[in-house]
Design a protein around this ligand. Structure first.
Ligand code: M6R
Length: 610
């Protein structure tokens, strides 16, 4: 989705903004722009397409721009096609007020109509432009007052960055339902929609809350609520390692992130398992009594996080013996779910800013339920709105296709299942130790899978020409099939469908012929023989199979030639291994096709609008 960066200080704003825009590219965008302010003028440059193009435009300007205040934006089109005129920043008619915006102004059509009737001339089709005109209309010598008046007219979601010649030494910002952070520097301050863009400048941030504004100079940050009353902001330290924002020796972020998984999982076990072998979630803000009496769980998430939730259901139902339902956030928020007093809502999100998941939590909270969030992003909206958070500590995930955040979510879900199972007396201390010992084996086992990279790449080459794929799995690896298919379609644009293998006969078998690539997850499990039968049914119809099987499985070799082996592991934890070759396979297919899998077409890293 759109990205915002802004700078005020004594360095060249345009250079810092360009660097910041490059760090925001991973969010997904179709046009970009920059606005910088000198003595009495705001200069705006924008373009359709990549930031490299914007950089060229800046280089070829006759007069070099030397300024110390500016804004930058990457746009992901919602209102109006991707184009230069619709790219942000947007000005009012006088060119004295310039706005960048993430989110959607829902009443923009009505506002536009009345502003036009009052003589405003619009240059774009965007919802954003109304904001610049509104502020201009309300400006009578007090910029902050005009800004607040304009905000009171807006309906919808927004993170806003604004500069104006009326207050040339300030950046104004506002937030409602869309993330905005202020990077606190020394003699300089930054604003951004997310952390990577400011990471090279400061590690201290203020996460603006909903319905707050701030007026920022190079030395001061004044935060107010929408009534104009001063608010004391909380300054937090970001713990992200700056290296996670660079590719290191890897060709792509996605590949780097796939290879980071063993270390992340090992870190999670160390962090959440005490030396005495108990699970310790030290800072949980829900009391143990509630967990003990818990009768059921509802998991809410989107995309890959939803798939993690599905695997969480298998794990929790088997280890805690309480019912779990899993919902897409976008479905949960618009139906009337039955939420009982002893229900725990678990939300899962890498970014913590996904609009539907946030809305679903707000919906759930109307029933006064407890919400536990499993999240990767420190201080994100979801973590603030939930009762408690367990962090996945996967570091920044830059690749749009989620990989390391997913397996970190799985690891946390397994630990939550063991924690609850033990607390409710379903898992004995002895069994807990055995499960934990098995979880400790996972990082090494993942490393072994990754040593098979070349073999997986060869398979990707062999299967590259297939026009469509079917991914089949059963039981707790049915969600792995969904996730494997999602990875492939997201970054290689090949239609891929994940299915519960037992459902194949009820429809998808009609798709099988010699042109279909079929990936079957056939690891050792109580349903092994069942899925072997499904493999045979595919082969009998000419389908070309790749099997993900357990090392030492000779039976599968009687049927299938193309096999990726994973080390033997307790089946309950196998999704932590079976997904890894599917991530690598998707990566290799996309790389062989020459696609940029870190920034796939049409996708955004963080889906902050509905
Ligand atoms: O930030 P979140 O985990 O809430 O994001 C949810 C989905 O948008 C995300 O998982 C998406 O499906 C990824 N592109 C998957 O690779």
């Amino acid at each position: 989705m759109c990205g915002i960066i802004g700078y005020i200080g004594n360095k060249q704003a345009k250079n810092i903004i360009l660097q910041g825009l490059k760090k925001l590219e991973y969010r997904g965008y179709d046009s970009a722009g920059i606005a910088v302010m000198d003595e009495k003028k705001i200069t705006v440059l924008k373009c359709k397409g990549k930031i490299a193009h914007l950089e060229e435009l800046l280089k070829h300007r006759k007069a070099p721009i030397r300024t110390h205040v500016g804004l930058g934006h990457t746009r992901w089109a919602t209102h109006g096609a991707p184009s230069k005129k619709n790219a942000h920043p947007h000005n009012d008619c006088s060119g004295n007020i310039t706005v960048v915006h993430n989110g959607i102004i829902e009443n923009s059509a009505d506002l536009k109509k009345s502003l036009k009737e009052n003589g405003c001339h619009f240059k774009s089709e965007t919802d954003t432009e109304v904001i610049a005109h509104l502020i201009s209309r309300f400006y009578k010598g007090d910029f902050k007052a005009a800004f607040i008046k304009a905000l009171q007219k807006l309906k919808g979601s927004y993170a806003l960055g604004i500069i104006s010649i009326y207050e040339p030494d300030k950046i104004f910002v506002a937030r409602n339902d869309s993330s905005l952070i202020i990077g606190v520097g020394e003699g300089e301050n930054l604003i951004s929609s997310d952390i990577p863009a400011i990471l090279g400048h400061t590690r201290q941030i203020i996460s603006l809350r909903d319905k707050q504004i701030a007026a920022i100079t190079r030395n001061t940050i004044d935060v107010f609520n929408f009534q104009g009353c001063r608010v004391i902001p909380k300054i937090e330290n970001i713990s992200y390692d700056i290296d996670t924002a660079s590719k290191g020796n890897f060709k792509h972020f996605m590949l780097k992130e796939i290879f980071e998984q063993p270390q992340i999982l090992s870190g999670l076990v160390t962090r959440y398992v005490s030396s005495s072998g108990n699970i310790k979630f030290d800072h949980l803000k829900i009391d143990k009594k509630f967990f003990k009496e818990l009768s059921n769980i509802t998991i809410i998430a989107c995309g890959t996080a939803y798939h993690a939730g599905l695997i969480g259901k298998y794990a929790i139902e088997s280890l805690v013996r309480i019912p779990v339902t899993v919902d897409f956030s976008s479905e949960f928020r618009y139906r009337t779910p039955v939420i009982k007093a002893k229900t725990l809502i678990i939300t899962i999100s890498q970014s913590g800013e996904t609009a539907d998941t946030l809305a679903a939590v707000r919906e759930a909270k109307k029933n006064r339920v407890k919400v536990l969030t499993i999240c990767n992003t420190q201080g994100s909206s979801l973590t603030r709105e939930s009762d408690t958070t367990i962090y996945t500590h996967a570091g920044l995930e830059i690749g749009v296709a989620s990989t390391k955040a997913y397996t970190a979510q799985l690891m946390v879900l397994y630990l939550v299942a063991l924690y609850l199972g033990n607390m409710k007396g379903v898992i004995s201390k002895n069994n807990l130790q055995k499960f934990i010992a098995e979880l400790k084996n996972i990082p090494l086992a993942q490393k072994k899978v990754l040593t098979d990279y070349k073999n997986i790449e060869k398979l990707a080459m062999k299967f590259l020409h297939f026009g469509a794929f079917l991914y089949l799995g059963r039981n707790n690896n049915f969600p792995t099939a969904l996730e494997g298919a999602l990875k492939l379609k997201e970054i290689s644009y090949i239609p891929a469908e994940g299915y519960a293998a037992g459902e194949m006969k009820h429809g998808p078998i009609a798709l099988i012929d010699e042109y279909r690539g079929v990936i079957c997850i056939v690891n050792q499990s109580p349903v092994y023989n069942k899925i072997i039968s499904n493999v045979q049914e595919v082969l009998a119809r000419g389908g070309k199979v790749i099997a993900i099987a357990t090392a030492g499985d000779f039976q599968i070799q009687n049927y299938v030639k193309e096999i990726i082996f994973i080390p033997e592991i307790d089946n309950i934890f196998s999704p932590l291994l079976t997904i890894v070759p599917l991530q690598v396979f998707a990566y290799c297919v996309a790389a062989l096709k020459g696609y940029d899998m870190d920034m796939p077409r049409n996708l955004a890293k963080s889906v902050t609008v509905e």
